[in-house]
Design a protein around this ligand. Structure first.
Ligand code: ATP
Ligand code: MG
Length: 415
């Protein structure tokens, strides 16, 4: 640990300056885990006379024998030059200018030009523009963690390591590149990313990351709600969502995403349910996720409103609106999603009443399946008194709709 720390402080002094010669480690990646299209893109750029590598999370994951979620490419070619090499590509981004090479309506690969560390920051320290191009050595130090700063040379089959990423992979450690206080100030989302990688990879966070998170957590308030929405999906739509949740709580970060949410058993059982669905390749929807996180807050709000307002329906509706409005100030939610969240909540009461005349009506409601799943999970956690209600609806479906599916949604996302 001492060795790593002293290397880091030496590195801090030279940060943004030249680093020493890299380690080039020969590797033999499982061909089944490599993406053919990504290899082709790298080959095309190299053939045109530029440098290009697979970089970041995909190299990290390949070294750990995990299937990478996506493949990123880094090159010394400028975005316009990359754009010219691929018919089906487009320039995107303002803060970070990138090229997307399109393969289908759903699949594209991101090609980024090496960046130098010179970034334009706002008063708060947050990066507003980062378009100064550089060489690979400069590109290394603008990345977040050492494990994410590895480059794979597809021609020599070597991983190139300037910064100790390989050592960290071997010792299962996460170290930030440079001064953690500054790096978290530049981009507070890195704190959430640290927690996600720690959990996904089962790695240790360096002590300096832990203490910097403690200090810089409030900076998450400066991040746009739209970006935090994307981050939330990455945090919880995976096989380890509940562990991420527990760690975010532990580091007091959760309140920066869900200030109305308090720990409860429903969240635990529901996040584990989502993880199991993902493991079995079943569809999941962010509507379910947010409906779970906000349910208790909605309930508390409802109890207060109900005291003044007689109608259950109107009280439920008003409580739902208020909780959602408060949430989207932190994490923005698309309209279709808030409508589904509200639907799920509103249907709880209708399901609980089990009115025989309404059974068919409710079963054919397009929000039924999600509301039913929601009810079942409530009955297995915070509302054991609802077990018989859940059984009633399970039976009703087998009698009326033998082939329904859970949590399904056309707009499901699994990122
Ligand atoms: P995964 O795709 O599994 O979520 P990843 O590490 O590939 O993890 P991406 O968001 O795909 O994450 O980013 C690709 C790479 O870009 C990272 O590995 C890292 O090198 C760099 N990167 C991404 N986000 C940041 C950031 N906020 N600050 C610095 N570097 C970043
Ligand atoms: Mg990635």
């Amino acid at each position: 640990m001492g060795g790593v720390q002293s290397q880091l402080s030496i590195f801090n002094i030279f940060r943004r300056k030249k680093t020493t010669a890299p380690i080039r480690q020969p590797v033999n990646f499982d061909q089944k885990l490599l993406d053919r299209d990504a290899i082709k893109v790298v080959q095309t750029i190299v053939k045109a006379g530029f440098e290009a590598y697979l970089v970041g999370g995909c190299v990290r994951d390949l070294l750990l024998d995990h299937r990478p979620k996506d493949f990123d490419i880094a090159t010394n070619a400028k975005p316009e030059q990359v754009n010219k090499l691929f018919k089906r590509s487009r320039l995107i981004g303002r803060r970070f200018r990138l090229v997307h090479v399109m393969f289908s309506a759903r699949k594209y690969l991101e090609v980024a030009t090496f960046r130098s560390g010179q970034v334009k920051t706002a008063k708060s320290g947050v990066i507003v523009r980062d378009n100064c191009y550089g060489n690979i050595e400069e590109d290394v130090v603008r990345r977040d963690f050492r494990i994410n700063a590895l480059y794979y040379d597809i021609n020599t089959h070597e991983v190139i390591d300037y910064i100790g990423g390989l050592e960290d992979i071997n010792s299962r450690q996460i170290h930030i590149i440079g001064d953690p206080l500054v790096r978290f100030e530049e981009d507070p989302v890195r704190m959430i990313r640290a927690i996600r990688f720690q959990t996904k990879l089962d790695f240790h966070l360096s002590d300096e990351i832990k203490s910097a998170i403690h200090q810089q957590a409030p900076l998450l308030a400066n991040i746009s709600p739209a970006r935090l929405y994307e981050e939330c999906i990455k945090l919880f739509h995976n096989e380890y969502g509940f562990q991420v949740y527990e760690r975010l709580e532990k580091y007091d970060l959760l309140k920066h995403l869900f200030r109305q949410t308090r720990k409860n058993d429903f969240i635990k059982i529901a996040l584990n349910n989502t993880s199991n669905r993902i493991k079995r390749n079943k569809p999941v929807t962010p509507a379910f996720l947010f409906a779970i996180f906000l349910w208790q807050a909605q309930n508390e709000r409802y109890q207060l409103i109900k005291k003044k307002q007689k109608s259950v329906y109107l009280s439920m509706s008003q409580a739902s609106e208020e909780v959602i409005i408060s949430q989207i100030k932190q994490v923005s939610l698309p309209r279709w999603l808030t409508a589904r969240i509200k639907d799920t909540w509103m249907m709880q009461n209708r399901l609980e009443r089990m009115q025989p005349k309404k059974v068919q009506d409710l079963l054919s409601n397009k929000g039924f399946r999600m509301a039913y799943d929601f009810l079942v999970l409530r009955s297995q956690s915070i509302n054991p008194e609802l077990k018989s209600v859940a059984e009633f609806w399970t039976k009703a479906q087998s009698e009326h709709h033998p082939e329904s599916t859970h949590q399904s949604s056309k707009k499901n996302r699994k990122k």
